[in-house]
Design a protein around this ligand. Sequence first.
Ligand code: UDP
Ligand code: MG
Length: 313
Amino acid sequence: MKPFLLSIIIPVYNEEGNILPLLERLLPIVKTLSYEIVFVEDGSKDRTFDIIKKEALHNPHIKLVSFLRNFGHQMALTAGYAHAKGDCVISMDADLQDPPEIILEMINKWQKGSKIVYAKRKERDVDSAFKKTTASLFYRFINFLSETPIPQEVGDFRLLDKEVVDFLNSLPEHSRFLRGLVAWGGFHAEYVYYNREKRFAGETHYPFSKMLNFALDGITTFSTKPLRIASYFGFVSATVGFLGILYALIGKIFQPTFFPHDWVTGWTGLFVGIMFMGGVQLITIGIIGEYISKIYKEVQSRPKYLIQEKINL
Ligand code: UDP
Ligand code: MG
């Protein structure tokens, strides 16, 4: 077995109750290897920073990048990939939902030649039915829209070879939907299966509104089909509108022949038509707006995150 360095990157935001229990389970597993654990502290407001700092001061393998403020999960992972020096890099959550015990199995698959090893969920009993259904709908929808198939039941718990990490680090884009970017590269991937556990302490940082934003980001960074669909929508409604115009004109012109009675255009028809057209137009403008906001952010080109402090790095 060739000697190698394993990096584990862990984004943490308000996880004071999880750091020590996580290290207690993780350290015995990685101790026999040469390893580094890179915590990316995403502007926590609790004692997360102090707890990690204390651990890092008497274990040089534990490293810490601390953000100036909260930049979000995907940016924290991005910073983790930028600072990890390992030949393979595993990303995992801090809340013990991702069991560290399967790390060795992941490394095994990597050594056999896989550039990516995804940890795939076998069961999600611990997640609410709502989360399971919305997640499955989301992946089906994004895979319908996107040219890049994104694997289902796979989160941000994965192993990447250095080559894939270098590829991610080389991407200049500011919208970082990492699951999509990793899949986009098309590197050879394998799977390891696990049961998702319950969050050990604290609460999820992904309430419904954030999940929805995450989903929208994923869709707009990986597909331009919504724009195409908006055009189709426009064509269909324009055709229906044109037929309506013909109907109204012909009715008006030939009224004495075909309609001996009074020609009274109904209010219902007008109202329905206006509401329908209004709806289609607003949706279409909204879809275009989503893409414009993506372009706007890329053009502004602000830093992806700001670092306040680094320890052991
Ligand atoms: N996280 C982060 N920044 C954020 C939100 C979350 O670094 O703004 C981290 C969090 O500490 C955890 C991981 O991302 O380690 C996944 O978050 P969470 O467990 O809340 O998501 P869920 O598992 O419920 O989808
Ligand atoms: Mg979690």
